[in-house]
Design a protein around this ligand. Structure first.
Ligand code: UDP
Length: 400
């Protein structure tokens, strides 16, 4: 059963739900189509699984479709993602062909009629070539495309400029483009399995199942096992802390068997942990919502030492659970953490360790920061604000 918008009245800032009902009078009955690569996991799935039922509840006719076809499409899209974020990737003609094939298959198969069509990330970008003339097309990009690799951008930009608008997650992620650009921060659902309140027994049981004792303060990073999350750096910071303050480190996240890089990083992290019994490496299957929820609630301090980050929803989730977060200065981490107020930012191992020790030694400060962190999320990064942004965008696009 989808959660009703009314259920957010006591959680969202006062007046927001009322405002949403008022805005929705102008969008009721409009047909909206979201198209994504697939329906599982990650930031996009996390958001749409909540947002679409709410959009439907306020009167829109919403459909969610995914790409049809296989071949080397996954590899092509992975290459584009990396290239858009500035990596020096190889883009052979065969990948471009594979992408065009899936785009044309999907474009011919899907019913693309709607008042507004929102395509998400590079997976679906090319579908603009199949757009019926009477709808508004919006490209929703979650990636940092401020400095894309030239070859990747040369291939993708011609699609982008055919859109009616593009939406980015942070101002600095955007490119100079001849189409209107909008800023929409990602968000979390406070009532989902990943973020809802948990009873102390639920937290205890989940940690028992994961074999993590609660006898010492817990430092936690939730992230996929990829190089960009600097897991070795987190272990080094923990070691600097550990020589002064007894604690545990939990590194939890998915390591997909299909991603060679993630398996390699997982092995590398296991080596780096060197049988330290206070380091817990916890590979999680996708959809481990309760596990992530319980770990974030059990943590004393949450770390996000990414070298590169989109928005960083795991930071938002931890802040919502009243945890101070120590993160690196990249992407949405810098935006979310208010330095010295809700946590700290640092790019070095030493800095991360320094702030961690400071907070472990000053639990009252850590608690105050956690409370401010939760309020920051309440004001800015809840799904209700996201719904408001989408409704406003639709109203605006309808007037263009
Ligand atoms: N997430 C997850 N498993 C992981 C890492 C992240 O389920 O190994 C979840 C995380 O809790 C959040 C979403 O995936 O709800 C997106 O996470 P984030 O933006 O931090 O990182 P990304 O994986 O997109 O780089």
């Amino acid at each position: 059963m989808p959660i009703s918008l009314n259920a957010y009245r006591d959680i969202a800032p006062p007046g927001r739900v009322e405002l949403l009902y008022r805005l929705s009078r102008q969008t009721a009955g409009k047909r909206m189509l979201h198209i994504t690569g697939n329906r599982t996991g990650g930031e996009i799935g996390e958001i749409l699984h909540t947002l679409i039922p709410l959009l439907t509840e306020v009167g829109l006719e919403v459909r969610w479709e995914t790409m049809k076809g296989a071949g080397n499409f996954h590899e092509a899209v992975q290459t584009f993602r990396n290239g858009l974020q500035g990596d020096d990737v190889k883009v052979p003609e065969s990948l471009l062909e594979g992408y065009r094939d899936v785009i044309s298959q999907t474009g011919r198969l899907l019913d693309l009629t709607a008042d507004s069509v929102i395509t998400h990330d590079p997976h679906t970008l090319g579908l603009i070539d199949y757009a019926p003339s009477d709808s508004r097309w919006i490209w929703r990009c979650y990636l940092d495309v401020s400095r894309p690799q030239r070859k990747t951008w040369a291939f993708l930009r011609p699609y982008v400029i055919k859109y009616d608008a593009a939406v980015f997650s942070l101002p600095q992620f955007a490119q100079p483009l001849p189409v209107p650009q909008f800023l929409v921060y990602p968000s979390i659902d406070p009532l989902s399995e990943k973020n809802r309140e948990l009873e102390p027994e639920e937290i205890a049981e989940t940690l028992d199942t994961l074999h993590i004792p609660r006898d010492k303060p817990i430092l936690l990073q939730v992230s996929r096992f990829t190089r960009s999350k600097d897991l070795r750096g987190v272990i080094e910071a923990y070691r600097l802390v550990k020589s002064h303050f007894d604690c545990r480190l939990v590194l939890a996240g998915s390591a997909s068997p299909d991603e060679l890089d993630e398996q390699a990083v997982l092995n590398d992290v296991r080596d780096a942990a060197e049988k330290d019994e206070d380091i817990h490496i916890v590979p999680l299957p996708p959809e481990s919502s309760i596990e992530i929820n319980a770990l974030q609630r059990a943590a004393t301090i949450v770390i996000q030492k990414s070298r590169r980050e989109g928005f960083g929803l795991s930071v938002t989730e931890a802040m919502w659970k009243g945890k101070p977060v120590i993160g690196s200065e990249t992407g949405g981490i810098t935006l979310q953490i208010m330095y010295g107020q809700t946590g700290y930012t640092s790019n070095s191992v030493e800095g991360t360790a320094f702030y961690t020790r400071h907070l472990l030694n000053n639990p009252a400060i850590a608690q105050e920061m956690g409370a401010r962190a939760r309020d920051r999320v309440r004001q800015n990064f809840l799904i209700t604000r996201h719904l408001e942004d989408y409704l406003s965008l639709l109203i605006f696009m309808g007037r263009m």
